[in-house]
Unconditional design. Structure first.
Length: 287
């Protein structure tokens, strides 16, 4: 037990600076593997290490989040064949690189496609609201700009529920409750599916970090059997955003089960894919 604590005490500060000095990444990996082995030995011996496990989970999560930076710092040094964490960090870093390349390729394909059809779109598609402009500003934390865009969009397209929901959310964020209420009522008036607007609002609230309000919408959706899967899915997103990945995984599992029970196979598949991603990358594997 003292050896485990000493290893944790050495590894925790190193998790922040392993990339700053040559050889520190190698030492960090050695400590991670040592901690894994020591924790397993303590568990087998029946020792109580609950407090140490909390530190281990946090340390492992930090290491996995920094997998790419770790591999850059580790350099070309071969990873020991008996390392527990080395292959995980290497594979995760490679996966991140593949995902990044895939996103670049996808972006190029999308751009080329847009260039090829933009003339046809302009000629055949009536002008409509563009909530993506609001979204991009909102997720960049430029809420004042997002609000201005939402106001412009709502004024130009007064029956577009998505723009109105954004206007309601961003007005609330800026403390303008009367404007928020007017926008929300207008959105409800122009939508045939009010429940879908609650889900939309909850997602918008989640994106701007209003977790309590997003949770409230999730609870409302869960109370309705028709929208229970959406409520669970939204609640899982809130849990993940707050760093509670264990709860997020459990809620995604409940989402998939509820969707399957409701005969909504595609939604169930989406939830299980998201749950798999959280299980693989959201938390470290237990020693």
């Amino acid at each position: 037990m003292p050896v485990l604590r000493q290893a944790l005490t050495s590894a925790e500060p190193l998790a922040l600076v392993f990339h700053e000095q040559p050889g520190e990444a190698q030492r960090f990996l050695t400590l991670l593997d040592q901690i894994h082995d020591l924790a397993a030995q303590c568990t087998q011996a029946g020792l109580e290490i609950a407090s140490e496990q909390v530190r281990i989970v946090a340390l492992n999560a930090r290491a996995l989040r920094d997998a790419e930076r770790f591999m850059r710092a580790y350099g070309n040094t071969p990873i020991p064949t008996d390392s527990y964490f080395g292959p995980q960090l290497r594979d995760l870093a490679l996966q991140h690189q593949k995902n990044r390349r895939r996103r670049i390729i996808t972006t190029i394909a999308i751009v080329l496609t847009i260039i090829g059809i933009i003339a046809i779109v302009i000629l055949t598609t009536p002008e409509s609201a563009n909530p993506t402009l609001i979204l991009n500003a909102a997720i960049s934390d430029d809420h004042a700009k997002a609000l201005q865009i939402a106001q412009d969009q709502a004024q130009k397209f007064p029956t577009d529920s998505e723009a109105l929901v954004w206007l309601s959310v961003l007005s609330t964020l800026q403390g303008d409750q009367p404007a928020a209420q007017v926008a929300w009522q207008s959105a409800l008036k122009n939508s045939e599916t009010p429940d879908s607007l609650i889900y939309l609002r909850g997602n918008d609230l989640l994106l701007v970090g209003q977790y309590d309000q997003a949770s409230a919408d999730a609870t409302t959706l869960q109370a309705n059997p028709a929208t229970n899967p959406e409520g669970l899915f939204l609640a899982a997103g809130v849990a993940e955003a707050q760093g509670d990945v264990k709860t997020a995984i459990e809620l995604m599992r409940k989402t998939a089960d509820a969707a399957e029970a409701a005969g909504r196979a595609e939604f169930a598949v989406m939830a299980r894919i998201r749950m798999g991603g959280l299980m693989q990358y959201g938390i470290p594997k237990k020693p």
